[in-house]
Design a protein around this ligand. Structure first.
Ligand SMILES: Nc1nc2c(ncn2[C@@H]2O[C@H](COP(=O)(O)OP(=O)(O)OP(=O)(O)O)[C@@H](O)[C@H]2O)c(=O)[nH]1
Ligand SMILES: [Mg+2]
Length: 584
């Protein structure tokens, strides 16, 4: 299907032409038919000579209804510009054309209607000149009469040629269906309609609706008046939603593929063309079928920040239009450069931001986004409309390569500094590092740890087991020299002090596996445990504490906690009479 929106001044014959082409009535309201004037959007379709289908979104030409016109053309990529031969180029011919230009519409046709009333030549010539100046460029022109039917075959053929030129829709893209109408059907509930410009909808799909906590579900789908199990872009669709009250949504809302769109009320944009220097501070932003008041903050010569009165699901690269409703004036088109821009708090931030924006063109650019954002989740980028084709550094985090290298170096420095300041600790806690490097997620710290550093027990430290600070290592060597042949004699408290082994040093040595702590100030060399089991196994079983003490050639101060430790480890077992056996 190919969707085309009409455009043109009031009473120039848009609806008459759509009616003549399709046999359908685009003016849906009784009031429209009574007044002979389109007020709101109309929808009609027909088959073209090629067999393809064209669907029309028929817009009102009256200046009061330009917002309705914009809701209709917003999501539609092609236009049928209608100019009456007898009236020629008129104010809303110009305003509608300015809107199409602002939105970047590149495909169109000119129909000069009421050709039975006047020579279509002058109106055609003028309109062609006006249109050629815009994003539409040179367009084919056909003179027609909705009254006599003259020119209609030529117009159908021209529509067929236009359809063939349109780029193929991307049916794998996420869905963003801008709602242009919502109503209730008795027995079915809420129905919304819109132009599906990309993607695919199926009955049963879950969709996201901005501002709703729950996803909405597609209960039924119609296109061209018929129920269908699915519809692929480009298509006019009517979507029946399960369990969604009618007042929950209306024109300007969008049904979205869940998780694929960033809802934003702050965007940085580039103004198209020759931006007016005196852009008013408040305007209306039209995008898709939505119209939202915005506050305009100028940044660079052709870039501004827009604060939206309500969030919209916008993507980098979106085209939109700014209009001054008071002055009936399309201020110009905009292209979205950034849907999640940084706050401008500090002095000079706006000027710096303008420089950044000067480099952007609205084309999604992964490397550039990473350079600017340094670290971001893949999902967040995808929701901005930036395709992600890079490996995450950890989890779903993506990093700018240079920033990531810098973080790695910073981590090594922090760990080294921590080791200097806390020589007895076995490394720097992961969470302290996370805070120090201002990282949003622990997995990033973990991914930054490289040999010779390693993570052990929640800390980042040197991988070598021999990581004892030198004074402690020396003390341990002394213990070994002095007690190596009396392995079950523990140094007395004052000897420990002489050796420089205070509680913290002992703790470090124990964590490094260089000493074994039996109790406060009672330490042995680590091999003592196995040796003790061997000695005790040589005793007649069961054996008493006293027998153990003598066999081990030690004191109660060591023997009591040593046996308790062996009990806990299951190497010995204590019997009810307090004697023990070695468990084999
Ligand atoms: N003679 C003649 N009259 C026409 C032709 N096309 C439209 N008209 C008449 O022009 C008047 C306006 O036509 P519409 O089709 O309602 O115009 P429109 O552009 O849809 O108007 P809006 O939707 O209000 O902007 C009607 O009275 C039509 O009958 C034509 O080709 N020849
Ligand atoms: Mg009309």
């Amino acid at each position: 299907m190919f969707v085309v929106a009409t455009a043109g001044h009031v009473d120039h014959g848009k609806s008459t032409l759509v009616r003549a082409l399709t046999g359908m009535e685009p003016d849906r309201w009784a009031e429209e038919r009574r007044r002979g004037m389109t007020i709101d959007l109309g929808f009609a379709w027909t088959t073209l000579p090629s067999g393809g289908t064209v669907a029309f979104v028929d817009v009102p030409g009256h200046e009061r209804f330009v917002p309705n016109m914009l809701a209709g053309v917003g999501p539609v990529p092609a236009a049928l510009i209608v100019v009456a031969a007898d009236e020629g180029w008129m104010p809303q011919s110009a305003e509608h054309l300015a809107a199409l230009d602002a939105l970047g519409v590149a495909y169109g046709l000119l129909a000069v209607t009421r050709a039975d009333l006047a020579d279509p030549g002058p109106a055609t010539a003028r309109a062609r000149v006006e249109i050629a100046e815009t994003s539409l460029g040179a367009v084919p022109a056909v003179a027609v009469s909705g009254l006599t039917g003259a020119g209609l075959p030529q117009l159908r053929a021209a529509l067929d040629r236009l359809a063939a030129q349109l780029p193929a829709p991307v049916v794998d893209d996420p869905v963003r269906l801008w709602v242009d109408r919502s109503f209730t059907v008795r027995g079915s509930g809420t129905v919304v309609t819109g132009t599906l410009g990309a993607g695919r909808l199926r009955v049963g799909d879950e969709l996201e609706l901005a501002g709703a906590d729950e996803p909405v579900r597609v209960r039924g789908l119609h296109s061209l008046g018929e129920a269908r199990p699915e519809a692929a872009a480009v298509a006019r669709v009517a979507v029946n939603l399960r369990g969604t009250p009618r007042d929950r949504l209306g024109r300007g809302d969008a049904l979205l593929t869940p998780g694929r769109f960033h809802h934003t009320d702050l965007v940085d944009v580039r103004l198209a063309g020759d931006p007016a220097a005196d852009l008013p501070a408040t305007l209306t932003l039209h995008v898709g079928s939505a119209a939202v008041p915005v506050r305009v903050r100028p940044l660079g010569p052709d870039t501004v920040r827009l604060r939206l009165a309500r969030p919209l699901p916008l993507l980098v690269g979106d085209r939109a239009l700014l209009r001054d409703p008071g002055r009936h004036h399309v201020s110009g088109g905009v292209r979205v450069l950034d849907v999640a821009p940084p706050p401008l708090g500090r002095r000079g931030a706006a000027a710096a931001r303008a420089q950044v924006l000067a480099e952007l063109d609205g084309r999604p650019d992964l490397a550039g986004e990473l350079r600017r954002r340094r670290l971001i989740r893949a999902g967040a980028l995808i929701r901005m409309g930036v395709p992600v084709h890079a490996e995450p550094v950890a989890g779903d985090w993506l990093a700018d390569p240079a920033h990531w290298r810098g973080l790695g170096e910073q981590l090594a420095e922090e760990v080294a500094r921590h080791a200097r300041e806390h020589p007895l600790e076995p490394g720097m806690p992961v969470d302290a590092l996370r805070q120090r490097l201002a990282l949003p997620d622990r997995v990033l710290v973990e991914a930054l740890v490289r040999p010779p550093l390693r993570i052990h027990a929640g800390r980042v430290g040197a991988a070598s087991a021999n990581a004892l600070p030198e004074p402690v290592a020396l003390a341990v060597r002394r213990v070994r020299a002095e007690y190596g042949d009396r392995p079950f004699r523990a140094p007395e408290a004052d000897r420990l002090v002489d050796l420089g082994l205070g509680p913290r040093e002992i703790g470090a040595a124990v964590r490094a596996g260089a000493l074994l702590r039996l109790a406060d100030n009672v330490v042995l060399l680590p091999d003592a445990l196995d040796d003790a089991v061997r000695v005790l196994a040589g005793l007649p079983q069961p054996f008493t504490l006293s027998a153990a003490r003598q066999a081990l050639d030690t004191t109660r101060r060591v023997a009591v906690p040593l046996l308790e430790l062996l009990d806990r480890r299951g190497a010995t077992r204590r019997l009810p009479d307090d004697a023990r056996i070695v468990v084999t």
